[in-house]
Write a protein that binds this ligand. Structure first.
Ligand code: ZN
Length: 382
């Protein structure tokens, strides 16, 4: 018995490793990008590859439609590492309706959904939009792939009327997620023998006071900024380092903090405001380093025509149409910065992403494909 097209395709893509190399210079996703391009061309579509960095390539697949408008389907080619996996990462196995393997859910499942939906359009039937599929690199690290895609769209004048970003959402339409700002705060002191602490600033005490201020005064005030689908921004001190020995006064103590942002907050501005506040309270011996992680929040207008059209497709197919918010970041917030209404959608649960036994339910895989095909065939999505 031959496998359904989408299961066969997903299995073949799981067999192509594409682990994000983080800071190493390796063309990790390129074999998968080349496979996607070949498959698309073999199914009546145009494909092109473009280098992002270190030989790592985004793939763009285009299927021309009858109208002038373009719909973007975007997802990522990279996966997280395979260490500690309890299933074979690269040999897909189906058991009890679940397809196992690294990337089955995050995000080769959504990629297979997009490719097979486009192939169905290429075979015939209504095709009101030009469809562009972008498979990008580096989503699991610092988002270089989607940023390169945005630059390429700007150069080529590609302006989609809406975007579906493929990630596991259990078939829910996600229109909002949080952003993030992480930075380190270092308190310094003169150090010395711990038996003679008098008159000396102890940076561990300073760091403790800063941590208490952040938890007791700064963080509670964030509740006022709550947004409907994702709730309030948050702040947590997540790491503390300092001290060199049990009988030595520390010369420095460093806190790492994780500040989650909501729509309307610029993470760089959040950092500046926090730095100014801390330095006005602790003007001596405290440094607030530039943020080492910055990401943007997503909040797509649920009343935009593209989102209402997507909700309509979900309702018609018998799925939950209400917009949903999630805590983790996606490429959608970067795409939305170019005024493209963007939703996140895909088969499988985010709880399965990055897991030792990652899987995607086959029924959701097929259902997601049907939803995306219906969206792409729907007149008046705009
Ligand atoms: Zn993902």
């Amino acid at each position: 018995m031959s496998l359904p097209e989408i299961e066969d395709l997903l299995g073949r893509m799981i067999r192509i490793p594409s682990v994000n190399p983080r800071e190493r210079a390796e063309p990790a996703e390129t074999p998968l990008a080349e496979f996607v391009a070949d498959w698309a061309e073999g199914n009546g579509m145009r494909a092109s590859l473009s280098e992002v960095a270190d030989g790592r390539r985004n793939v763009l697949v285009t299927l021309d439609g009858d109208g002038a408008e373009t719909v973007l389907l975007e997802t990522h080619l990279d996966t997280v590492e395979t260490d500690g996996m309890t299933v074979d990462p690269y040999e897909p196995v189906v058991k009890d309706g679940l397809l196992y393997g690294r990337g089955s859910c995050d995000a080769k499942g959504p990629l297979a959904v997009f490719m097979t939906a486009m192939a169905a359009l290429a075979r015939g039937g209504p095709r009101p939009y030009t469809v562009v599929l972008a498979g990008v690199v580096d989503e699991e690290h610092v988002y270089r792939g989607v940023q390169a895609m945005r630059r390429e769209f700007a150069e080529r004048g590609v302006a989609p009327i809406g975007a579906v970003v493929g990630e596991p959402t259990s078939l829910r339409m996600v229109t909002a997620h949080k952003g993030c700002m992480r930075c380190r705060i270092t308190a310094r002191g003169p150090g010395g023998h711990s038996s003679e602490p008098w008159g000396k600033t102890n940076p561990i005490t300073t760091a403790a006071r800063i941590a208490a201020y952040l938890a007791d005064e700064y963080a509670p005030a964030l509740d006022a900024l709550a947004r409907p689908l994702v709730g309030p921004p948050s702040l947590a001190v997540t790491m503390v380092e300092g001290g060199s020995g049990p009988n030595v006064l520390a010369e420095r103590a460093t806190l790492t903090l994780d500040r989650r942002t909501v729509a309307g907050e610029d993470p760089h501005e959040v950092w500046r405001e926090l730095r100014d506040r801390l330095l006005s309270r602790w003007p001596d011996g405290v440094e607030v380093a530039d943020p080492h992680v910055v990401d943007y929040a997503l909040e797509t207008d649920p009343d935009s025509a593209f989102v209402r059209g997507f909700a309509d497709v979900l309702r018609t197919a018998g799925h939950e149409p209400a917009p949903k918010g999630v805590g983790h970041g996606t490429d959608a917030s970067k795409i939305a910065m170019d005024a493209v209404p963007s939703v996140v959608f895909g088969p499988g649960a985010i709880a399965q992403a990055h897991m030792p036994a990652e899987f995607v339910p086959l029924d959701e895989l097929h259902a997601a494909r049907d939803v995306v095909e219906a969206l792409l065939r729907r007149e008046g999505t705009r």
